[in-house]
Design a protein around this ligand. Structure first.
Ligand SMILES: Nc1nc2c(ncn2[C@@H]2O[C@H](COP(=O)(O)OP(=O)(O)OP(=O)(O)O)[C@@H](O)[C@H]2O)c(=O)[nH]1
Ligand SMILES: [Mg+2]
Length: 344
């Protein structure tokens, strides 16, 4: 099961592409599309709530394995630039650069655009991503794109198999109440394996629960592997007690404040002690005040683009995370909102 997020320039054909690739499903601040061919299943996410908010962008990418960065013949715009900084901050591994609307340009211009983009993305997470060309109008490149995604999906399936024995963690992106069943949640098994009857805890609220039943793409299953998109019916918890961003796990760290080692993006403006940042971890986020900035053991007043720091951040809301999680730092008042990333 391969999960893809489509991002990139405004009006580059992202929504049209998603709609041509799959059948429209759930809509919130991102829209999901499903495609199945034999045992191959694909979920395509269109983060429609971006660029108004960075939340759906981070959420969609977190729930996906592959990012498709769409660039039309007119090139990168400020939002595609911001998407690249986001991918870089997330350390996003798998992706493609898709040169869209190929029916409106000619091959030489496409080659020039590709060379330009390869120069811009040198040294970033996108450096070794493949380039493909499509038109949703003439269907040029559409089959090749699907094939490419399934091939990448095989690599991702292998990576997921290696995560099967890790402690189980499921990130929830939707919760609702179903009459006669009770609390139902949708989410992705980020690592480990979920089994019916498993006893787990919802974090950061620390509410205990039991997995009553599991569905994968509307089919009842007893167990769901790492990487699976699942629907879970839960026992012992009400839908009002669980929200998007919550993590089902056996053990997570919970805190309001953080002390993290972080690296600022070269494309950020930096910040000072006292600044308020929005810190994301998985699908959770919290506004946090920078209470101290340390550079190589010394306390400093300002954090600048491209450098590394130890930050102390003070929040007012509990978030949950684990030792290996990556925190994404954003400043929602800036034009380019991604500042950098950090870890414990
Ligand atoms: N000629 C041509 N037009 C296209 C193609 N794909 C999309 N379009 C047109 O481009 C416009 C934008 O398409 P959307 O799919 O809405 O693009 P988007 O990237 O989702 O746009 P935003 O969400 O507003 O950023 C629409 O008028 C589409 O009909 C294509 O391959 N060729
Ligand atoms: Mg769109």
């Amino acid at each position: 099961m391969t999960k893809i997020t489509i991002i990139g320039s405004q009006q580059s054909g992202k929504t049209t592409l998603a709609a041509k690739m799959g059948k429209k499903g759930n809509v919130s601040d991102f829209t999901m599309y499903d495609f199945a061919k034999g045992d191959k299943i694909m979920t395509i996410i269109d983060p429609t709530g971006y660029p108004d908010s960075v939340k759906p962008l981070i959420a969609s990418l977190t729930l996906s394995d592959i990012a498709i960065l769409c660039v039309p013949p007119t090139g990168l715009d400020a939002y595609a630039g911001e998407c690249i900084v986001c991918l870089e901050c997330m350390g996003y591994k798998h992706g493609l650069v898709l040169l869209t609307k190929s029916d409106t340009t000619y091959p030489q211009a496409t080659d020039e655009l590709k060379t330009k983009l390869q120069n811009i993305t040198k040294g970033t997470a996108l450096e070794h991503w493949e380039y493909m060309t499509v038109s949703t109008k003439t269907f040029e490149g559409m089959e090749e794109l699907k094939e490419k995604i399934f091939t990448m999906g095989e690599t991702i399936d292998e990576e997921n198999k290696k995560k099967a024995t890790l402690p189980t963690r499921v990130i929830i992106d939707q919760t609702f109440n179903v009459t006669g069943i009770g609390c139902v949640v949708l989410g992705v098994v980020m690592q480990g394996t979920v089994n019916a009857k498993d006893k787990m805890t919802a974090y950061p609220t620390s509410k205990p629960l039991e997995i009553r039943s599991i569905q994968m793409h509307d089919v009842d299953v007893r167990t769901a592997p790492s990487g699976a998109r699942v629907g879970l019916a839960l026992k012992g918890i009400q839908s009002k007690d669980i929200d998007r961003g919550h993590v089902l796990s056996l053990d997570e760290i919970i805190s309001e404040n953080l002390k993290i080692k972080c690296r600022l993006s070269p494309f950020s403006k930096g910040f000072n002690t006292g600044s308020v940042l929005h810190v994301f971890v998985g699908l959770q986020s919290s506004p946090m005040r920078v209470s101290s900035i340390e550079k190589k053991g010394n306390i400093v007043e300002k954090a600048s683009a491209g450098d590394e720091y130890v930050l102390e951040l003070t929040g007012m809301k509990e978030i949950s995370y684990s030792q290996q999680d990556r925190f994404i730092l954003t400043d929602l008042d800036e034009k380019q909102r991604f500042i950098g990333y950090g870890s414990l």
